[in-house]
Design a protein around this ligand. Structure first.
Ligand SMILES: O=C(O)C(=O)C[C@H](O)[C@H](O)COP(=O)(O)O
Length: 315
């Protein structure tokens, strides 16, 4: 029996959000919430009674403490985090209201996390897990973070640990060409891939509707499971369990960031149960829950996985 169900590494961040109806350039107050894609997935799974750990390099100080308190409170093991002097990564967000799109401004240069190397972390501990989860966000930051993600993926595969990868393409962090050149060589080691349709088109040069992009990813890279979303039309599964299209129902959005990570967390809960198709149903529920409250981390109880949804299977 492994110590963990899922371990992951990523940058610890704080989000500073502009109140609705205001602009970053003029607002006088900001809402402060902890953030980080990988931590969000670990945090969601911890609330579903999964054993998870998140590794990072985190500075001392109050902002970092806010991050630590948030994810530790839901049960994520943060003992692999290395503490250092330095600054906390931040991101600012204007939620946007039509016709203004949401806007993100990163303030995450010069963090010590950007200097990580494989030797920074205790991999005997971190790879005592069923799944290693990584994202394109961490791979994008610097050559060091990209190399460390690549090393971790290969080492996990060598040790028989399943690898889950979320492409999570961020155009503010790298070009699509660079993303492809870094992520593509990792795909042979990946068991379950999360890639939105727009990312499949931009990063991997694919074409077609959601199911077509999904099937092309699976076919081209020989993946066991591919889960993708198209924020407007639906969510798609393609893999050894078959193929499925899931409808997405509109919900009132209180706060959008973290909904993608919630979908990934729910789907991985299913993967850990041996049923990704059912996991995507969980993911649709958890991402819906994510939209109802502030913060990148979705707060939920296991019973809320059963909340009614009309995200019926269409095909
Ligand atoms: O951008 C980054 O570097 C982050 O990690 C910050 C956020 O916590 C996630 O990006 C949220 O991601 P979504 O669930 O896709 O909204």
């Amino acid at each position: 029996m492994t110590t963990y169900d899922l371990t992951t590494l990523g940058e610890a961040q704080i989000r500073l959000t502009v109140p609705r109806g205001d602009r970053l350039a003029t607002c006088r107050e900001l809402r402060l919430t902890p953030a980080g894609s990988e931590a969000n997935v670990a945090g969601l799974l911890a609330q579903l009674d999964r054993r998870t750990a998140f590794a990072s390099v985190i500075p001392h100080g109050d902002l970092a403490q806010r991050f630590i308190d948030e994810y530790r409170a839901v049960g994520v093991d943060l003992s692999y985090c290395v503490r250092c002097e330095g600054r906390m990564a931040l991101y600012f967000m204007e939620p946007g209201d039509p016709p203004l799109p949401a806007k993100v401004v990163y303030d995450r240069l010069y963090t010590r996390f950007r200097e990580i190397r494989p030797e920074t972390f205790d991999w005997d501990g971190l790879l005592d897990t069923r799944v290693l989860f990584v994202t394109g966000i961490t791979a994008a930051l610097t050559d060091n973070t990209g190399d460390t993600v690549a090393w971790a993926v290969r080492e996990a595969a060598r040790r028989g640990v399943k690898v889950a990868l979320d492409v999570n393409y961020r155009s503010l962090l790298w070009t699509a060409d660079k993303a492809r050149s870094v992520l593509e060589p990792l795909l042979e080691h990946v068991a379950i891939l999360f890639c939105s349709r727009p990312d499949g088109i931009k990063v991997f040069g694919l074409e077609g509707d959601g199911p077509a992009v999904n099937a092309a990813l699976r076919g081209r890279y020989g993946l066991d499971h591919v889960v993708s979303t198209d924020a407007i039309h639906g969510c798609y599964y393609c893999g050894i369990e078959g193929e499925r299209v899931y409808g997405i129902e509109p919900v009132r959005v209180t706060d959008r960031p973290g909904a993608g990570d919630a979908l990934v967390g729910g789907a991985l809960h299913g993967y850990l149960n041996g049923n990704v198709m059912e996991g995507v149903n969980y993911g649709l529920r958890t991402s819906k829950l994510a939209l109802t409250h502030y913060g990148d981390l979705t707060h939920l109880t296991p019973s809320e996985l059963e909340i009614p949804t009309t995200a019926d299977i269409l095909r």
